[in-house]
Design a protein around this ligand. Structure first.
Ligand code: ADP
Ligand code: MG
Length: 625
């Protein structure tokens, strides 16, 4: 018998399990029971496709026994069992099934985050036990094996005896410490309540030998104790239960039992539909963004059951991408059990369910927005970006579903507002919904281009997500109001009487013409600004592509050097303009220098990089001399 080492990652996790102070140690039972239930499922599936196997329901169960004297508990199942190789493979390495992606970056985090986030499965046994023994006999095999481990040092595997196939896990419960009481994990009553709490809807009976007391025969006041095997779980899946019987807590327990997330969901949606298609469903809107949500690794989807039997872990066809954050299950009698993935995709029933679910989610989100604003804002912080991607993707096909769920930061309210709120507040003479794009609210607030609009009392939406402007382009308009960037050439504002000096442009035609020649094709034009109040210069853009879009597109791989058509706007009411005029008359070389400086300043204000920073700083030095 040799002692084998755990793989490095498993070792790290084991260490965490053994040493971290963790408040939810009781979840070990949920994990071991769920493995036992999975193991019985596997026989059930086999029986579905293999006629030589019959699945007699009464032969399949999970049994929990506690032994106070020896300080052990025993979890046995009549499931598929494990061969020697499987014991080695499945219990020697973490994340066989991919349920745990134990990443380096998580090392620094609190232990319980990792446990909650991934559901560490089998290893959670070490939360309460200092020795774990697994005795298993695989279905169809004559040999049984014993796997044993006391933690990080490693594990052993040796042959042993076991009558029937299945698995038995024996936990030697830790001794009490100063801070923690482990006795409760051998306490019958406590174990029973843990099973009720986390594993009530497991489809197979979870049995325990419960000590009860009764009146002694022929006695009026003498009691005797007797032991009776009881089934602890109700076996009715949560989604089949009546909504009215369930408490918020039941849903929250279900959420963590299913490893949907380590947060508390913002909302659950419990659906029971009987009609053209019948199904039960429980959906959750999470609060926090899963760590991998905005990466390619994230897999959306709902658990799909046919009449109580799991047929797919993550059925992605049930959710549109933009609602990919939703977690939950769907159970329908109308789906066939051994349906393949390919067929499922084209299944009419499934499509109906998906459509129905989409509407339910949309309505629920609108409800939260209407009635629980704070909650919605929290949600939006986590998943708003996904909704905006949704508007942008598929050529805007989903805008009707999504546009009323969007929010942006408002210059007026100093908080997030919806488009409907914006439009309802628009001034009578205001033609457009104005927005400004930039890195952060603070930076946008200082943008020279916003001066005139703010002066007129117009509200501006701040776009700080890369996707914002692209999404809005797809939307084009909201309630017939078009969107307009504060940097666009024409803001659609009628100049006021006293400001109408069309001669201005003509007067300075030559000056601006000269400046344009200095800048060559770096800009499309140099013009007198109609929007600047205090600032000396800014850039605006002509055409479809805005400066913010230029930045974003150029930051993406494989993009050619994309350029927005920029116009350098000069504030003719600013002192600097006088200097320009003077230079134009007396010293052309100086004007070239000024032009270059102003252009580069405008670039800096936009957050664009200067072509030649050395030349720029040299030029600044020149004017100091
Ligand atoms: P997961 O359940 O997510 O796969 P676990 O760590 O809980 O991860 O379990 C690891 C693997 O060990 C399981 O996938 C399964 O193959 C095997 N296993 C664990 N418990 C049992 C059991 N009671 N019967 C059969 N196989 C089991
Ligand atoms: Mg498991």
């Amino acid at each position: 018998m040799e002692t084998k080492q755990f793989k490095a990652e498993s070792k790290r996790l084991l260490d965490l399990m053994i040493n971290s102070i963790y408040t939810h140690r009781e979840i070990f039972l949920r994990e071991l029971i769920s493995n036992a239930s999975d193991a019985i499922d596997k026989i059930y599936y086999k029986a579905l496709t293999d006629d030589s196997i019959t699945f007699e329901k009464e032969n399949y169960y999970i049994k929990i026994l506690s032994d106070k004297e020896n300080r052990t508990i025993r979890i046995s199942d009549t499931g598929i069992g494990m061969t020697r190789e499987e014991l080695d493979d499945n219990l020697g390495v973490i994340a066989k099934s991919g349920s745990l992606n134990f990443k380096k970056e998580n090392e620094s985090k609190e232990g319980h985050d990792i446990i909650g986030q991934f559901g560490v499965g089998f290893y959670s046994a070490f939360l309460v036990a200092d020795k774990v023994t697994v005795i298993s006999k695989a279905f169809g095999s004559n040999e049984a094996y014993k796997w044993e481990s006391k933690g990080v040092e490693g594990y052993t595997i040796e042959p042993c005896d076991k009558d029937s196939f299945g698995t038995e896990i024996i936990l030697k419960i830790k001794e009490n410490t100063e801070d923690e009481n482990f006795d409760e994990y051998i306490d019958e009553y406590k174990l029973k309540s843990i099973i009720k709490k986390y594993s009530d809807f497991i489809r197979y009976p979870i049995k325990m030998d419960i000590t009860e007391s009764r009146l002694k025969k022929d006695s009026e006041n003498e009691f005797e104790e007797y032991v009776e095997e009881q089934v602890i779980n109700s076996m009715v899946p949560l989604w089949r239960k009546n909504k009215n019987e369930l408490k918020e807590e039941d849903y929250e327990n279900f959420y963590s039992e299913k490893h949907y997330g380590f947060d508390k969901p913002i909302k659950h949606i419990h659906i029971s539909v009987d009609g053209a298609v019948s199904y039960n469903s429980i959906l959750f809107i999470p609060e926090k963004t899963p760590y991998d949500f905005y990466t390619k690794e994230y897999e959306k989807g709902l658990e799909l059951y046919s009449n109580g039997v799991l047929i797919m872990n993550k059925c992605s066809d049930l959710l549109p991408d933009y609602f990919g954050f939703v977690k939950g299950i769907v159970d329908s009698e109308d789906l066939s059990l051994n349906i393949s993935r390919e067929i499922l995709q084209h299944d009419r029933q499934l499509k109906l369910i998906a459509k129905n679910i989409k509407t339910k989610i949309k309505n629920e989100l609108e409800n939260i927005l209407k009635n629980e604003r704070e909650k919605y804002e929290k949600f939006y912080e986590s998943f708003g970006r996904q909704l905006k991607y949704g508007v942008y993707s598929d050529f805007g096909a989903n805008k009707d579903v999504l546009q009323d769920l969007l929010m942006f930061y408002s210059s007026k309210e100093k908080k997030m507002v919806t488009l409907a709120e914006y439009v309802s507040r628009m001034a009578e003479d205001q033609k457009y919904i104005y927005y400004a794009s930039g890195e952060s609210n603070e930076r946008i607030e200082k943008m020279p281009q916003t001066e005139l609009l703010l002066d007129k009392g117009y509200e501006i939406l701040y776009f700080t997500d890369e996707v914002d402007e692209f999404a809005i382009r797809m939307l084009m308009s909201y309630k017939e109001k078009e969107f307009k960037s504060v940097s666009s050439g024409d803001l659609g504002i009628e100049p006021e009487e006293n400001e109408k000096d069309s001669t201005l442009e003509d007067d300075n035609k030559e000056l601006f013409g000269y400046m344009k020649d200095v800048l060559k094709d770096k800009v499309k034009d140099v013009r007198a600004s109609k929007r600047l109040k205090n600032h000396a210069v800014c850039l605006s853009n002509e055409g479809e592509l805005t400066i913010e879009m230029e930045k974003i597109l150029n930051s993406m791989p494989n993009n050619e050097n994309i350029k927005a058509d920029k116009v350098l706007e000069i504030n003719v009411n600013n002192e600097v303009f006088k200097a320009l005029k003077e230079a134009y008359e007396k010293d052309k070389e100086k004007l070239s220098l000024y032009t270059d400086l102003l252009y580069n300043q405008a670039l800096l204000i936009e957050g664009l990089s200067i072509n030649d920073p050395v030349e720029f700083t040299n030029n600044i030095c020149k004017i100091m001399l």
